[in-house]
Design a protein around this ligand. Structure first.
Ligand code: NAD
Length: 449
């Protein structure tokens, strides 16, 4: 899928003209390539005095990942990343020093730079001033992400009380947000609720030894997920409808996995997935519920079959498969469920009441499924893509597509790989403390952001 506008404003021949006439200029985003260093330049870690111990822990982790870490801003230095540690806030007045220190470095933030806040959850259990300071980070981060340019992103990690800044999932999230794996994730605050999970033995293949099923894998986002999980070391079972058999076989071959032709709405879909994974690969650890369909219509014109088909594929099938897996006694090795939601399921979208009901349903489903998995060290989470360049979105009418594509802080659509990287991150062993969450991959979509 191509974006001719992005080519126009970035190609050497036409970019000068685009600048002169004042066209908005999306920056090409750097994507992850194996072997790439985590950051291409130094990282600055700043904090207030009450957060200094957590900032030390963060800095130490970065040093362990071969990052050039600085603790004090130096004028003229171009940082690849700025990490603002705000875990010890007790009053909104304490935001100014660390936040303004970080702000002063942003003019020289590298292209594709990263800003990450680390803070604590604002709950009704803490004092009002503490809650105000903590919730302030949310507003600050979302606004800052809208100010960044040059393909830079801003994201936040929100720790529950009692979870350390060096908890496996806190550091795992930090690494993800710093890396090019999160190129199209911006303006997001990800909750880390437990000190669970473990760093992988090898960060290059975090999914080594794991067996993963991906539904709807014959094309689009599902095909990218299959390839990304395989790259990260997983053995992949690619599932799609029989009609997509040829494309499915090609995806499975590229991933050096196996193909299973199956309609996920079949009553025995869960059992067939499990039987295939056990027989061919000796177990099942990760399920990615990606298969999904659209049948858009205004509710006033909605036929029952359009409503029912979307709910059946997008959410009811996931519920049935999960029940089968959870009651089988075979899905117990720190299992991971990652479901594809959508920003439509959060913000709503005209003509998509059925789709948004199904995707909102997925968000509710993972929240209530996650506790059923904690006894096994398991998690359930959702990924909500915004506008992603796929065959599905290529079929949208031109004007509608162009508006949807640009209405985010990065001024462009994401790629299937961007969603796949986020899915792989949530499926990884270090993400065991991220439970029942929804992480948006939408370039900070301005609708419902
Ligand atoms: P796509 O239409 O390109 O691919 C979907 C795949 O699912 C197809 O291969 C299809 O054959 C398969 N599938 C459909 N029904 C199935 C069934 N009953 N059983 C098994 N397989 C089935 O879609 P995509 O753009 O790659 O989207 C993938 C997921 O991401 C979907 O859940 C979609 O709702 C979600 N999503 C996509 C976007 C986007 O911008 N493309 C945005 C938000 C969410």
């Amino acid at each position: 899928m191509t974006d001719p506008y992005l080519t126009l404003v970035t190609s050497p021949l036409t970019k000068g003209l685009a600048r002169r006439i004042g066209l908005p200029r999306p920056a090409p985003l750097a994507r992850f390539r194996p072997g790439q260093p985590l950051l291409a330049g130094p990282a600055l870690v700043v904090s207030g005095p009450a957060s200094a111990a957590d900032a030390d822990a963060v800095a130490q982790a970065l040093v362990g990942w071969d990052v050039d870490v600085r603790r004090h801003p130096t004028p003229g230095t171009s940082y690849a990343a700025v990490v603002v540690v705000l875990t010890g806030l007790t009053h909104p007045g304490e935001l100014s020093d660390p936040v303004l220190a970080a702000g002063a470095t942003l003019r020289s933030l590298a292209r594709g730079g990263r800003v990450v806040t680390v803070s604590r959850a604002s709950t009704a259990e803490v004092a009002p001033a503490v809650a105000a300071a903590r919730q302030g980070v949310d507003g600050l981060l979302r606004s800052l992400a809208k100010e960044l340019r040059g393909g830079a992103t801003g994201n936040g990690i929100v720790l529950a009380d009692g979870v350390g800044a060096d908890a496996p999932s806190a550091l795992g999230a930090l690494r993800f947000f710093l890396s090019t794996r999160s190129a199209f994730v911006s303006g997001q605050l990800l909750a880390v609720d437990a000190d669970a999970g473990a760093p992988p033995a090898d960060w290059d293949v975090p999914l080594a030894g794991r067996v993963a099923v991906v539904t709807g894998a014959a094309r689009g986002i599902g095909a990218a997920i299959a390839a990304t999980l395989a790259r990260d070391g997983a053995t992949v079972v690619a599932v799609d409808v029989p009609a997509a058999g040829e494309a499915l076989a090609a995806v499975a071959n590229r991933a050096r996995g196996t193909a299973l032709q199956l309609d996920v709405t079949a009553p025995d879909a869960g059992r067939r997935i499990l039987e295939h994974a056990l027989a061919r690969h000796g177990g099942l650890d990760i399920v990615i519920h990606n298969a999904g369909i659209l049948r858009d219509k205004l509710l006033v014109n909605m036929k029952p079959e359009r409503w029912d088909a979307v709910l059946a594929v997008n959410v009811a099938a996931q519920l049935r498969i999960n029940t089968e897996l959870l009651t089988s006694g075979e899905f117990t090795r720190a299992p991971r469920i990652v479901s594809l939601a959508s920003t439509s399921g959060i913000a709503g979208n005209r003509g998509q009441t059925n789709y948004a009901a199904s995707k909102g349903g997925v968000i509710g489903m993972v929240r209530a499924t996650a506790p059923l998995l904690t006894a096994f060290g398991g998690t359930a989470n959702a990924v909500a893509p915004g506008f992603i360049e796929t065959e599905m979105t290529a079929r949208m009418p031109f004007a509608q597509r162009e508006i949807a594509r640009r209405a985010n802080s990065l001024l462009q659509g994401g790629r299937p790989e961007d969603v796949a990287e986020t899915v792989a991150f949530l499926a990884a062993p270090q993400s065991g403390g991220i439970v029942g969450q929804v992480l948006r991959v939408c370039g900070q979509n301005l609708v419902g952001a």
